[in-house]
Design a protein around this ligand. Structure first.
Ligand code: FCB
Length: 429
């Protein structure tokens, strides 16, 4: 591929989430879940970023990033139902101001997997009440930070959240129920729409700019056995529902889950100003008529002939897939922000290859006409990878969890070159 220059103003940076980096997130449902021994290891102090955010943002700035994605922690901001903490809000004002001072555009997620305990105790996202609670929280956050923040993401990976917490039960409240899962998706769609309008209402009353989306987890679902009709059927259904169906519902207000009636989840006004896309790799599906709403089970990437590379957690590594998922956004004619893409590995050269190879396919998607406006690597620093704990290393920057020392990896420097020059050098191979 010849040298490629990214569009002017391209957003370059990395992403994190509050619970995974801040430490001592004691009022959240994930914290309680960890204390109950449900994970490989508890999050504890994490990367202590609640204290060290300025130092970490210095590193991002030194790596030529011009944007940074983070989440604000609902359980800190609203520790009791209806009571907002001035202290937590002041903290996040310092955080976004620190980003701005370093020339980093803040991209703020309002929900990234964790909830205040009071909400989870009342049924969490399976309770319709969450819609109003979330909108009230969104309003409060935007009133407090909206002069500093233009890019908002309501919910991180609504589909993954629903699967992990209400179907696979690997996060709080640990449910494994298809009806609960479907209710959660409906509430996420409604809460996203309510949050979207809440953000805009505040911003337009104040004369602030706001661009609102969510971080949509997109993954191609090829069949395990390429020519097997049932595997192909399962894969197609999963792809339509999980990827396109969800985006479609966000835009049109109509949500259709196969075998269920179509549901209206908002008034039909589109509720995305840009599309946030998280991409990690493909998931191969084998048909299964019981026990999975996707009519399929994941098959292991271990022996699959089409999988040529894996990350530390055995997830498929497939750079061309990023072009594929970006092309799904074409019909919406909206700017697309890659809100996450990354790899956990013990081999930093693999990380460097991962980033450059994905960026080459992003470049192709741009050549195809997809209006990509930025790329955020997951993650700035190694962090708490949910049920898997601290073993997987996703960071551009290594964290020593004993001393909290940071060490910039070579892959980070290579990525910094791209960020600094806004260009990918020629590639022969
Ligand atoms: C994404 C999540 C993020 C992190 C990465 C590895 O699905 O949004 O929190 O766990 O995976």
């Amino acid at each position: 591929m010849a040298e490629f220059t990214f569009p002017t103003g391209f957003l370059w940076g990395s992403a994190t989430s509050a619970h995974q980096v801040e430490g001592n997130n004691t009022n959240s449902d994930w914290w309680a879940w960890e204390q109950a021994g449900k994970v490989a290891e508890p999050s504890g102090l994490a990367c202590d970023q609640y204290q060290r955010f300025r130092d970490d943002f210095d590193v991002a700035q030194s790596l030529s990033h011009n944007a940074h994605r983070l989440s604000v922690e609902w359980s800190r901001i609203e520790p009791e139902e209806g009571r907002f903490s001035d202290e937590a809000i002041a903290h996040y004002r310092e955080v976004v101001t620190a980003l701005r001072q370093r020339g980093l555009e803040p991209i703020v997620s309002l929900h990234h997997y964790t909830n205040p305990l009071w909400l989870t105790k009342q049924g969490g996202w399976a309770n319709p009440k969450v819609v109003d609670c979330f909108a009230r929280f969104a309003q409060r956050v935007v009133e407090s930070l909206g002069d500093q923040v233009s890019y908002w993401l309501t919910i991180n990976e609504p589909m993954v959240y629903a699967v992990m917490h209400y179907l696979d039960g690997v996060g709080p409240p640990g449910e494994q129920s298809l009806p609960a899962f479907l209710r959660v998706i409906e509430h996420e769609l409604r809460a996203h729409a309510a949050g979207y309008h809440a953000v805009h209402a505040v911003a337009s009353a104040q004369g602030w700019t706001a661009r609102v989306s969510l971080a949509n987890h997109a993954q191609p679902f090829p069949p395990c056995r390429r020519w097997h009709p049932l595997d192909r059927f399962a894969a197609t259904l999963a792809e339509r529902t999980y990827n396109q169906g969800f985006l479609e519902a966000v835009m049109s207000g109509r949500w259709r889950f196969p075998g269920r009636r179509t549901m209206r989840v908002h008034d039909g006004r589109p509720t995305m100003d840009f599309i946030g896309m998280n991409y990690y790799g493909r998931v191969f599906l084998r048909s299964a008529w019981r026990g999975s709403p996707w009519w399929g089970h994941r098959c292991s990437t271990q022996h699959h002939p089409e999988v040529t590379e894996r990350n530390f957690l055995e997830w498929d590594v497939y750079p061309p897939g990023i072009r594929q998922i970006l092309r799904w956004a074409l019909p919406y004619r909206l700017p697309v922000l890659i809100t996450e893409n990354g790899i956990c590995t013990t081999d930093d050269r693999q990380r460097e290859r991962f980033i450059l190879n994905h960026l080459r396919w992003v470049a192709r998607a741009i050549q195809d006409g997809v209006p990509v406006i930025g790329y955020l690597y997951w993650s700035l620093i190694d962090n708490f990878e949910w049920a898997k704990g601290y073993i997987p290393r996703f960071g551009l920057v290594e964290v020593d969890y004993v001393t909290q020392a940071r060490r910039v990896r070579d892959s980070a420097r290579r990525f910094a070159e791209v960020c600094r020059t806004n260009r990918l050098p020629e590639h022969n191979g």
